[in-house]
Design a protein around this ligand. Structure first.
Ligand SMILES: [Ca+2]
Length: 326
């Protein structure tokens, strides 16, 4: 697992650069579990809106968009309500108007995006109306082409009515955006700019947001599933599907999945090796040699040097048929 770990460290370092932290790191990061490291790294700057600009209305690192007016009071940091620290950010709309607050998540982050990200936000709303053309209070990721308007959105929150502070989250994978590439008819319509954004469209209500977090999720490199919870005695094979999510497990990298069926005493009943040629690996396990009972299916993800990179196991039950006693 040492190798996988180093990859995580590199990604986190790259992400910190993308976020423009601009701070020197005097010592290399201390080894710690990947999950803990990912949780500590919020890729959103000033996600809690605690750093207020000199005008005492804007939040540093966030930009306003849409038809806002500088001298009105419909947007800005708000110290009357918050879930974290002193400030939240408020958008108060009016009918026929469009308002948003957004932060670019940058090309560097997107190009280094090899692991899923979890975007979360706290939202509170007041009087978000439901009528023709009145969109809910929305929060999520917006993408834009090189020229022009939206090329796509991924929603994390869509809220109507009046609600207390509520946390919303969504795990986002790069493949979630694949449809954007398919939809774009020409290259200049492909997603080019990426941002995290809250917006109100034609909406007289108010929304507040606070504690925006975008973190890398430490993904399990190997997960296994069987096609049934239990197999009757007349079933000849069990089908196992393994999901392999590891940046180095490329189709030509020579990785294999080694699967064994073990009985209660740890005895091996069968073993199969399957080449890893994609994210999904399917293995057929013979059931005929097994007496009815409970077994463990143990899977190992092995690299080209035959070193075990990840392990997973699950239970397999073989049962007598429903009419076996008759
Ligand atoms: Ca806050």
């Amino acid at each position: 697992m040492r190798h996988a770990w180093q990859v995580v460290c590199c990604l986190i370092t790259a992400a910190a650069g993308a976020a423009g932290a601009g701070e020197e790191s005097p010592a290399p990061p201390k080894p710690q579990p990947p999950a803990a490291a990912a949780a500590a790294e919020n890729l959103i700057r000033n996600g809690s809106f605690e750093i207020v600009a000199k005008d005492k209305r804007r939040a540093e690192n966030w930009g306003q968009g849409g038809r806002f007016q500088k001298d009105d009071t419909t947007w800005g940091v708000d110290d009357t309500t918050a879930v974290d620290g002193r400030y939240s950010y408020r958008l108060s709309g009016t009918a026929g108007r469009y308002l948003n607050v957004a932060q670019s998540i940058g090309d560097n982050l997107v190009s280094a995006w090899t692991r899923p990200l979890r975007l979360s936000v706290w939202v509170k709303t007041k009087d978000i109306a439901e009528g023709p053309g009145q969109y809910p209070a929305m929060f999520g990721i917006w993408t834009h082409p090189q020229k022009g308007w939206n090329s796509g959105t991924i929603n994390v929150a869509r809220v109507r009515g009046t609600t207390a502070w509520t946390r919303y989250e969504r795990v986002i994978r790069r493949e979630d955006f694949a449809w954007l590439g398919k939809r774009a008819k020409t290259e200049d319509r492909l997603p080019y700019r990426w941002e995290v954004r809250a917006n109100l469209t034609n909406q007289p209500g108010t929304m507040w947001i606070d504690k925006v977090e975008l973190v890398r999720v430490a993904e399990t490199p190997l997960a296994v599933a069987l096609d049934s919870k239990a197999y009757f005695a007349d079933r000849k094979t069990a089908r196992l599907t393994a999901t392999v999510r590891h940046p180095d497990a490329k189709p030509d990298a020579g990785w294999t999945l080694h699967v064994r069926v073990l009985d209660g005493a740890g005895g091996e009943n069968c073993a199969r090796d399957q080449k890893v040629a994609g994210e999904l690996v399917r293995v057929e396990l013979p059931l005929s040699p097994l007496a009815p009972g409970r077994y463990t299916v143990a899977a190992e993800l092995r690299n080209a040097e035959n070193a075990v990179v990840a392990e997973a196991e699950m239970e397999l039950n073989k049962v007598n048929g429903p009419f076996a006693d008759f």
